[in-house]
Design a protein around this ligand. Structure first.
Ligand code: SAM
Length: 226
């Protein structure tokens, strides 16, 4: 799928989903909490944090409440509006957050702008060429020594209970092939993609978590010194 097609399709899908996204995606919550643990909010203060594909702003809100400045980008205006509404309800100082429509593949920020970049359940929507472009964009905007926390559905099947037949993965892939607009995420080899295509990012922590017979992978990386 070409990048402009992916972006137009995602914008349309997520604009439609925005109102009910939090109910529909409640299964994601434990994994988002896991991502927040990896961002390490108990030790993180006064950092500049970017979330790519911020959705309805659950992570942005938690990171901002912990005393950081957050920037969220998303391709869907509907999701951006939901995020803004969420933070307006709970964050007193509007100068501590900035949420906008933008493409993950063309981040509108200068180099070294952020201490931490978070991306959850978003990279797996992109074709591999776009994932590589997005990783390059992340390398640019992260400060030397800054962290990437990435969470995605994974091709790693080590948590699969019925590994003998691989049926959960086969079923999920079948659904993704038949209805890519509904089942838009697909499992990706997250660590391999980062290790092979983002030379400035050093993986420092990798976990594979079970996900209803499939797997979710979290990878934390450190940006090398320039
Ligand atoms: C599966 S949702 C995940 C949302 C949030 N990260 C979460 O885990 O709840 C994927 C998000 O990525 C956004 N998205 C899709 N394509 C994008 C792109 N090219 N650039 C930026 N955001 C994109 C969608 O609008 C959607 O909000």
């Amino acid at each position: 799928m070409r990048r402009d097609v992916q972006e137009a399709t995602a914008r349309e899908n997520y604009n439609r989903l925005a109102k009910c996204y939090d109910c529909w995606s409640s299964w994601e919550k434990p994994y988002l909490d896991h991502a927040l643990k990896l961002v390490d909010l108990t030790h993180t203060r006064n950092e500049f944090v970017l979330e790519i594909g911020c959705g309805t702003g659950y992570c942005l809100e938690q990171i901002c409440l912990a005393g950081n400045s957050v920037t969220g980008i998303d391709i869907s205006e509907g999701m951006v509006q939901k995020s803004i509404a969420r933070l307006q309800r709970t964050i007193e100082n509007p100068e501590t957050y900035n949420i906008m429509c933008a493409s993950a593949a063309q981040l509108p920020f200068p180099i070294n702008a952020f201490d931490c970049v978070l991306v959850c359940f978003t990279l797996e929507l992109f074709p591999v060429e776009t994932i590589i472009t997005v990783l390059g964009q992340i390398e640019n905007v992260l400060k030397p020594g800054g962290r990437l926390v990435a969470v995605s559905m994974s091709t790693d099947d080590s948590t699969d209970q019925c590994r003998c037949c691989g049926c959960p993965m086969k079923t999920y892939r079948g659904c993704h092939s038949c209805c890519p607009n509904v089942v838009d995420c697909r499992p990706i080899p997250l660590l391999t993609l980062i290790s092979n295509h983002a030379p400035e990012l050093t993986p420092i922590d990798v976990e594979i978590l079970p996900f209803y017979g499939l797997s979710v992978e979290s990878v934390v990386c450190k940006r090398k010194k320039r």
